[in-house]
Design a protein around this ligand. Structure first.
Ligand code: NAD
Length: 440
């Protein structure tokens, strides 16, 4: 999100072209559906599937915040802790008007699969507050964040549940969360709780390479895909929905490999530039202005035109439930790289696969974020500072190793990459349940 606060009165209503035209769907049920399919593939013990079918804890807090005009507003915050068999609950905090318990449950569940798939010592969690962060001032944003952290209290902690940025939050949000948490513990513990959140600014204990990590991980998946397919990325074209943290870093990093972003979209609308956008300049513009709206280097197009644009790569990097049947029929790309969580509906996915369009699924493609969060947490534990090269090299090795295991599994078991990713994640969790058995 942009660091620039925008006051409520300045927010233009999202144009019709920017709104999701895909009907509402039950995100958590969609994720459960993939769990069921993957469970069949590996003959998952039914009791393990039963445990994983629901989150361990669903926390809802309502907390008051004094706004700049003196009014007291009540906010609803969520933290869903899906599973912590492999390690502490881990997952982002989302600030958006559309946040619901169902959505946070789905996202928390997916975090369990990502941690397991990537071989990290983490379980899955996710949180959020239901409000539009663009509609408040920076001071209000800080008070909302601090009061939410306080309301969560002992439900988070560096060895228990570790939040990170997600949609609508960033490193600044994490600095406020960390500072609030460190003021809630005794003064003699302040230094040891830096790892309560990841995605912090570098000077406050963050790691180099975290901001771009999700986009960077997507690049590694895409380059592996391109190599296997004999596809030359240099000179290819891309469309990106969402030009926030994930979408913009993916665009910038791919521009260095000669990929030209020819269409972009966000909550303010969609733009087209047949010559290709300067991804750096567009990223800077969004950081300054909060959206691509008003960017001088492109022609305005509709949401339908965006999805139907001829380009080699399609990168949905905004939010869930964006590629339904209509969009899947319109997409002209060879590959869909899911930067967002859950951007493709099951119906959309079926059509894409029938049309021979490859999908690099969310739980694999965007797991660079949680992987580098893990590197940050390890550095905090050891009071170390790794160089950017160290972080980048570790991430590259991790992404390529896991990409290959997913691809091999998919080919051998004749399943798509999403089910392969779920199956590998579930198999690791199952093996630990079998060893430890069920308490008492
Ligand atoms: P962000 O807040 O930085 O950016 C979100 C983008 O989505 C913005 O460009 C915004 O304008 C756009 N958007 C919002 N509503 C839209 C709408 N109705 N139509 C079109 N565009 C819309 O968030 P982010 O961190 O880049 O996260 C984007 C996605 O990536 C989310 O699904 C998130 O869960 C996922 N993700 C993020 C990370 C991470 O490290 N930040 C890691 C893994 C997955």
């Amino acid at each position: 999100m942009s660091s620039k606060p925008i006051s409520q009165s300045n927010i233009p209503a999202a144009p019709q072209s920017a709104r999701s035209l895909v009907p509402e769907y039950d995100f958590f049920r969609v994720v459960q559906g993939y769990l069921d399919q993957a469970a069949k593939v590996i003959n998952l013990e039914p009791y393990v599937a039963t445990i994983l079918s629901q989150p361990k804890n669903e926390i809802i807090v309502n907390f008051p915040v004094k706004m700049d005009n003196g009014e007291v507003r009540l906010f609803k915050g969520y933290r869903v802790q899906h599973n912590n068999l492999l390690g502490p609950f881990k997952g982002g905090i989302r600030y958006a008007q559309m946040v619901t318990l169902d959505e946070v449950k789905a996202l928390a569940t997916m975090m369990t699969w990502k941690g397991s798939l990537m071989g990290l010592p983490y379980g899955g969690g996710k949180g959020g507050i239901k409000f539009d962060p663009r509609g408040v001032t920076k001071g209000e944003l800080q008070r909302i964040t601090r009061r939410f952290t306080h309301a969560l209290g002992e439900n988070i902690g560096p060895e228990y549940d570790i939040p990170a940025p997600d949609m609508g939050t960033n490193s600044q949000t994490m600095a406020w969360m960390m500072d609030t948490y460190s003021n809630m513990v005794g003064s003699n513990q302040k230094q040891s709780v830096k790892g309560v959140v990841t995605g912090k600014p570098v000077a406050s204990g963050g790691t180099l390479g975290r901001t771009k990590a999700t986009g960077q991980g997507m690049v590694h998946c895409l380059t592996e895909w391109a190599r296997d397919k004999g596809f030359n990325l240099e000179g290819s074209t891309m469309i990106v929905q969402g030009f926030g943290n994930v979408g913009s870093h993916f665009g910038v990093l791919l521009s260095k490999l000669g990929v030209s972003t020819i269409a972009v979209g966000d909550h303010s609308g969609y733009l087209y530039n047949p010559e290709g956008f300067n991804a750096h300049k567009l990223q800077d513009y969004v950081l300054q202005n909060g959206s691509i709206g008003g960017y001088p280097g492109g022609k305005s197009i509709t949401r339908d035109e965006f999805w139907g644009m001829k380009a080699d790569i399609c990168a949905p990097s905004a939010l869930e439930n964006q590629i339904g049947e209509v969009e899947a029929r319109a997409i002209q790309a060879k590959v869909v790289v899911e930067g967002a969580n859950g951007p493709t509906t099951p119906e959309g996915e079926k059509i894409l696969l029938e049309r021979g369009i490859d999908i690099l699924p969310d739980v694999l493609a965007n797991s660079g974020g949680v992987t580098v969060s893990y590197y940050e947490w390890v550095q905090n534990k050891r009071s170390e500072t790794w160089t950017l090269d160290e972080v980048d090299e570790k991430l590259e090795r991790a992404m390529k190793r896991v990409y290959k295991s997913v691809d091999d599994f998919a080919r051998q078991r004749k399943v798509d990459r999403r089910i392969a990713s779920y199956a590998l994640a579930l198999a690791r969790i199952e093996s630990v349940y079998k060893e430890r058995e069920i308490f008492p």
